[in-house]
Design a protein around this ligand. Structure first.
Ligand SMILES: Nc1nc2c(c(=O)[nH]1)N[C@H]1C(S)=C(S)[C@@H](COP(=O)(O)OP(=O)(O)OC[C@H]3O[C@@H](n4cnc5c(=O)[nH]c(N)nc54)[C@H](O)[C@@H]3O)O[C@H]1N2
Ligand SMILES: Nc1nc2c(c(=O)[nH]1)N[C@H]1C(S)=C(S)[C@@H](COP(=O)(O)OP(=O)(O)OC[C@H]3O[C@@H](n4cnc5c(=O)[nH]c(N)nc54)[C@H](O)[C@@H]3O)O[C@H]1N2
Ligand code: SF4
Ligand SMILES: [Mo]
Length: 690
């Protein structure tokens, strides 16, 4: 039904986890809207987000090729769905259900993430499903569960930060990755209480009173040094530790050997700065420690986040009104995306797939026998690495991830995708991954459909449909429904109405840690601020977790004994520099979306490598000239950018660019033993002129 062009629909940005409030109308104009996370602000990506709705390359018809060497040709929906279902049938008959893999994304709505997990387990019967959140939040999530028993990125509303005297931001460049978030940090910064830990002097670090610049991959040592300083300087919160935690003694046995001067030799952070940072946190009335990908995306990511939590517990900050620990989620639905079952080891409600009670509950909601549900599958990189091999899937379906650009060791992963018998992608533009697929389904995007997102503070938001989609596109829910029916599923098991899916998701999550059962679209439409868990229709939600007790059965937080080991690939004479990777303000992730927005591409058109001028001159690399960065896995082309404030032993590349400019051609897929997070944030490289 056509909508009045001037009517504005209150919705949220399509990109990051801040989910800034905005209003969108049928004529595709965007205006900022006052909402607690953005307080009326938007970044450049948000302002320009509607341009992608009418981008020239917008897909409006399914694409198919029967042979890899043939071009993709437009086909009708029936032909595309029939073809995929037939090929999936064949592959399953020949090799069994695990011959088909599924890859999801943290940008998908809760409804999509939920139905995708159900589709994999019930319609395909495969255990091989994981998603890009494994590359994003998995280390933070695992550390949160170990320490607190529950993982919710921020266990308090973002607005609470405004009352802090001190905030320690570790590996987070929020000035570029969530610009309006700076409004929440500003009061602490104005009081001289902002501390930033980053090997680069970022825009965020510029706002800080204290900038600690460790070598990439040495954060764990830094956190141990700061914990040592807490004890040595008499700042340990003894009664809090006795009343609310367990395990401090074991942690101290390790930290006792990491005095700040020793830590300085490994990290490069002056001992005096370590002590000053600790003093700022300890003397603050209210203080927070917040981590993001810089400290988490390491093969020691879980241990590193645990070390920051240990510091926070030693200062008595967690589970107290006005103070605390949190991880900044990244993707729009980075939080909800990890709760509803698109993760390899998980069922909806943040339940474990190997827990018999959880299996019985969810199978009951799905109307299937619990014994039919597959068990846990491999993690994202392990799944991708196995594609097309003896042990791996022969077909892969991707929803909401552009793996050719964003996966670690991307050259190898592109080869694995190439070896598949069938690659199917749903997208609204021809991403680098869609371009190599055998079938592409053209889907609606954010403003053209309804769905819920769970933002960085665990608050569930309704993103309502604001504009009419172009002819020819369908929703991701329609695609799953169309395939499921052809795979022999009853139609009503895969609803296409998001509100119906959400109601079912609520029932499936009931009683789990992330309980959504008390939330309805009506409550969200009324503007209620609902932070999970919301276990009943009259429950007000839980903005602040842990105030009375932590999530473990004994109600206590658990210190985790962790030791510093360093990067998986230390520099050596052949590869003497550290390379780290991350983001710029204008581009989002693989850049599939933002490289198609003219204003954003103009402002940031190509890959660059930040390098200290002394290092560059020694290697004959000129400012503004093309350079090559080479690791054991490959080489990437990037334009040299002299940055006198970066560590001389470190180079930095954004990962938003395709082809030969892909930073992931060099990254190291060494995995964290617990979270299976790859080491995106440090590998050994050499630099030279291109
Ligand atoms: N503009 C923009 N915004 C985004 C995104 C985007 O792609 N573009 N993506 C969204 C998503 S999904 C995510 S996950 C978030 C990520 O948000 P952030 O974590 O803020 O982003 P990154 O740039 O990946 O990493 C942050 C910083 O970590 C630093 N770093 C590198 N190595 C180390 C290290 O060993 N230790 C420490 N302490 N720091 C290190 C880098 O120099 C970088 O400045 O952003 C979200 N917002
Ligand atoms: N070197 C390096 N690599 C990294 C990182 C890093 O810091 N350094 N960070 C990692 C992190 S934190 C993340 S989150 C990943 C993200 O990397 P990707 O997983 O590649 O994320 P996006 O670029 O957001 O890709 C989303 C794709 O899905 C499409 N899409 C968006 N919404 C929808 C939807 O609702 N339905 C469907 N069907 N498609 C949709 C978009 O058009 C786009 O093509 O990259 C990881 N890779
Ligand atoms: S900060 Fe994130 S949610 Fe807000 S406008 Fe920018 S990209 Fe969108
Ligand atoms: Mo992310």
């Amino acid at each position: 039904m056509p909508v009045d062009a001037r009517v504005e629909v209150a919705t949220h940005c399509p990109y990051c986890a801040l989910q800034c409030g905005m209003a969108v109308s049928e004529d595709r104009s965007v205006s900022p809207r006052d909402f607690p996370t953005n307080r009326g602000g938007l970044c450049q990506k948000g302002w320009t987000s509607a341009s992608l709705l009418t981008t020239p390359g917008r897909l409006t018809t399914p694409l198919l090729r029967e042979r890899r060497d043939a071009p993709l040709r437009p086909v009708g929906w029936t032909e595309a769905l029939d073809y995929v279902a037939l090929r999936l049938h064949e592959l399953r008959d020949r090799h069994g259900p695990d011959a088909v893999g599924v890859f999801g994304g943290g940008g998908l709505t809760n409804e999509k993430a939920y139905l995708l997990g159900k589709f994999a387990r019930v319609a395909l019967g495969t255990s091989k499903i994981d998603y890009n959140g494994r590359f994003c939040m998995s280390s933070a999530a695992a550390a949160g569960i170990k320490a607190f028993g529950v993982d919710r990125g921020l266990p308090f509303p973002v607005a609470d930060l405004a009352d802090a005297d001190a905030i320690l931001l570790v590996g987070a460049n929020v000035a570029e990755t969530m610009p309006p978030f700076m409004r929440h940090v500003r009061p602490a910064a104005d009081k001289g209480g902002l501390i930033v830990v980053d090997p680069r002097r970022t825009a965020t670090a510029e706002a800080a009173a204290l900038h600690l610049q460790p070598a990439p991959g040495t954060d764990l040592a830094l956190a141990l040094g700061m914990l040592h300083a807490v004890v040595a300087d008499g700042l340990l919160q003894h009664s809090y530790i006795t009343d609310r935690t367990t395990g401090f003694d074991e942690v101290w046995r390790i930290a006792a050997a990491w005095w700040p001067e020793r830590v300085e030799r490994i990290t490069g952070v002056p001992a005096a700065d370590q002590r000053a940072a600790v003093a700022l946190l300890a003397k603050a009335r209210n203080a927070y420690v917040l981590t993001a990908r810089g400290t988490e995306q390491h093969a020691t990511g879980v241990a590193t986040v645990s070390a920051w939590i240990n510091l926070c517990l030693a200062l008595g900050l967690c589970g107290r009104a006005g103070s605390g620990f949190g991880c900044l989620t990244g993707q729009g639905n980075g939080q909800g995306g990890r709760e509803h079952g698109q993760k390899a080891d998980q069922l909806p409600g943040y339940r474990k797939i190997d827990d018999p009670t959880a299996r019985a509950h969810v199978a009951g909601v799905w109307g299937v026998d619990p014994a039919e549900l597959p068990g846990p599958g491999p993690s994202a990189y392990e799944l991708l690495d196995s594609l097309g091999t003896e042990r791996g899937p022969k077909a892969l379906l991707t929803f909401g991830s552009n793996l050719v650009v964003s996966a670690p060791r991307a050259g190898h992963i592109a080869d694995r995708l190439d070896s598949l018998e069938l690659l199917v992608t749903a997208d609204f533009i021809l991403s680098e991954t869609a371009a190599v697929a055998d079938v592409v389904f053209p889907v609606t995007q954010w403003a053209e459909e309804s769905g819920t997102m769970t933002n960085l503070e665990g608050r569930i938001l309704l993103r309502g449909k604001a504009v009419t989609p172009p002819d020819g596109v369908r929703t991701d829910l329609d695609v799953l429904n169309g395939l499921a029916i052809r795979l022999g599923q009853p139609e009503e098991r895969f609803p296409t109405d998001p509100e119906t899916v959400f109601a079912e998701l609520g029932r499936a999550s009931a009683g789990g840690p992330a309980d959504y059962s008390g939330i309805s679209y009506d409550r969200l439409r009324d503007g209620e601020a609902l932070h999970w868990p919301v276990p009943a229709a009259d429950h007000p939600g839980t903005p602040r977790l842990f105030l009375d007790r932590f999530g473990h059965p004994d109600g206590r937080a658990r210190f985790q004994p962790v030791e510093h080991t360093g990067p998986a690939e230390p520099p050596d004479p052949e590869f003497p520099l550290h390379a780290t990777t991350g983001r710029v303000l204008q581009h989002y992730q693989s850049g599939a979306q933002t490289r198609r927005v003219p204003e954003l591409l103009d402002a940031s058109p190509e890959a660059f490598v930040e390098v200290h001028p002394d290092t560059a001159l020694r290697l004959g690399v000129q400012d503004g000239q093309w350079a090559t960065v080479t690791s054991r896995r490959g080489s990437v082309r990037a334009r040299a950018r002299y940055v006198p404030t970066i560590r001389p032993d470190t180079v930095f590349l954004p990962f938003h660019f395709p082809g030969a400019q892909r930073a992931n051609l060099i990254t190291n897929p060494a995995l964290d033993p617990t979270s299976r997070m790859p080491e995106f944030k440090v590998c050994a490289v050499r630099l030279g002129p291109a």
